[in-house]
Design a protein around this ligand. Sequence first.
Ligand code: PMV
Length: 314
Amino acid sequence: NTNAKGLSHGKIILMGEHAVVYGEPSIALPFPAVEVAVTIAPAEDATIIDCSYYSGIAAEMPEILQSLQTAINTALKSLNKENTPLAIQISSTIPPERGMGSSAAVSVAVTRAIYNYFNEELDYDRLLELVDVSEKVAHGNPSGLDAVTTSGDSPVFFRKGHPFVPFDLRLDGYLIVGDTGITGQTKAAVGSIAARLKTEKKVQTEKEIRLLGDLAEQAKQYLETNQPERLGTVMSQAHNLLAELGVSSDELNHLVGAAKQAGALGAKLTGGGRGGCMIALAASEQEAQTISQALQDAGAVKTWITYLNQAVTV
Ligand code: PMV
């Protein structure tokens, strides 16, 4: 297939970030409002990459793009096609390093496009296995959550060491995502909680982590039974706990406050924190628009709105 395509999309962690590191449950959603499209065509003598953040010969890619290089090599190697020169064109609307799963999404789309190019079947477990190799390069110790949610269309309930549990989203509500425009600092934030567990705040920290897990359990129930007000409440409670744990930032707190002031049912940071994105819940599309505007007025560099009922969302 000389003009092969591969697609994927962003992800949002709805509840349970950070606590998931300590065995608590989390909920993540596919976020198709932002997406990656990869096109592959034959190349003359070397593999060429063309994307918004790099353009040139793949073998000379800077270190920062190692995970992309790894994704390409891993997929080619799995098909015994390492020496086939390809022209790989990547376009992505997922802002990088904002907790939206951009690295996993790029790896998913590239892997799909490569398999498409060679007309090879790619089953789902194989895709996850291949993407895991480049995600290890990008993040060190990936849970696999990003690969699942950027490639699939089901929300997942996830507990470390357990299989992903897809579930039905039946919430009549809108999620607004606001980007602070500041690069998230997942690694530093995860490290700061680990450090806090070694101080006199250990017991309090452990309690906060457990509470975050309880809130994620409750959120799943509210998502399945269409209780937007209750979901909003637990989202805001989770934000307060995450802020207590030290993984929020002034900008995130400011946007969360602005969303609530504009009528959100609840709001919280999403993903690693210390930057990146926040999310807010609205009961109607009109309220979502009002909140989205309020977030932009409060400094969000970009906002997105998504309907949460899978029965209707594509
Ligand atoms: O910032 P993201 O989308 O990579 O999310 C990080 C989620 C954490 O729970 C903070 C870390 C983790 O490994 O689960």
